[in-house]
Design a protein around this ligand. Structure first.
Ligand SMILES: [Zn+2]
Length: 257
């Protein structure tokens, strides 16, 4: 059966001399794998449309096994991402996280919107790190993780001082601090942003500017939480860690970056 769908290429692998196997995250069907015959040849009509990060409409011949990509119509090539190695790194991590976090053929239009908005923001020159952190916070529920962020995970109080407890799966208040000696103290700005990233609607994001120390805390706490609970070990994440180290180094030498 021939089906039209709206999607974003999240993985593209060479297959044989001339073909590619392309994974597309679609609005209609969720994640699907398709064969793009001839797509490795530069003059193929499928060559541009089968590149990673491409957003477009696809005509897919479905079958019981791998489907076949018949045609594509590009909406955006995400050119700014493609031309900047740092943006490519962040976007590669985002699509990798989505790829590893979802099953095939399990539609989720909200997640499709989130992915599209996230890549658009990176393509439009928003802060790569902040957009990535928002995506990570929003992916938690998709991965079946539900940290308690709107009250104390132990006593339920909504006021007081808060720290993050990996063990208690969320924020804990000063009354309960002694229950977790390994709780992680976070600044007020980090706490506020973590809550915001977890709950707010990404489509309403304005320009956002975050201090370097706050960004560092956000990265640290989100990575710790992922390491503990997600079960994911992504190669694409390693590249981002190298970028972090490089930034630390350039700060040390007082260079601008
Ligand atoms: Zn408490």
């Amino acid at each position: 059966m021939l089906q039209k769908c709206e999607g974003i290429v999240i993985r593209s692998t060479d297959y044989g001399e001339t073909n590619k196997i392309v994974t597309v995250y679609t609005r209609e069907f969720g994640k699907i794998g398709v064969m793009a015959r001839g797509a490795k040849k530069p003059n193929s009509r499928l060559s541009a449309i089968s590149q990673i990060f491409t957003y477009g409409y696809f005509l897919i011949q479905t079958s019981t096994g791998l489907g076949t990509m018949q045609q594509g119509e590009m909406i955006s090539s995400m050119r700014t991402i493609r031309e900047d190695i740092f943006k490519t790194g962040y976007a590669a991590y985002i699509v990798d996280l989505l790829d590893k976090g979802v099953d095939d053929k399990n539609p989720n239009p909200f997640l499709f919107e989130l992915l599209m908005q996230t890549l658009n923001y990176i393509n439009d020159d928003y802060d790569n790190e902040i957009i990535t952190n928002i995506f990570e916070m929003k992916m938690l529920n998709v991965l079946g993780l539900y940290p308690v962020m709107d009250q104390c995970a132990i006593c339920g109080n909504q006021d007081g001082k808060f720290a993050f407890s990996i063990r208690e799966n969320g924020l804990i208040c000063h009354r309960c601090f002694e229950r977790d000696p390994y709780r992680i103290s976070l600044s007020q700005s980090t706490l506020k942003l973590l809550r915001l990233f977890y709950y707010f609607d990404l489509s309403r994001l304005g320009q956002i500017s975050v201090k370097e120390e706050t960004k560092k805390e956000l990265r640290m706490i989100i990575s710790m939480y992922y390491d503990e609970y997600s079960g994911l070990h992504l190669k694409s994440k390693k590249f981002l860690e190298q970028i972090d180290k490089f930034k630390d180094m350039s700060q040390f030498y007082h260079c601008s970056f």
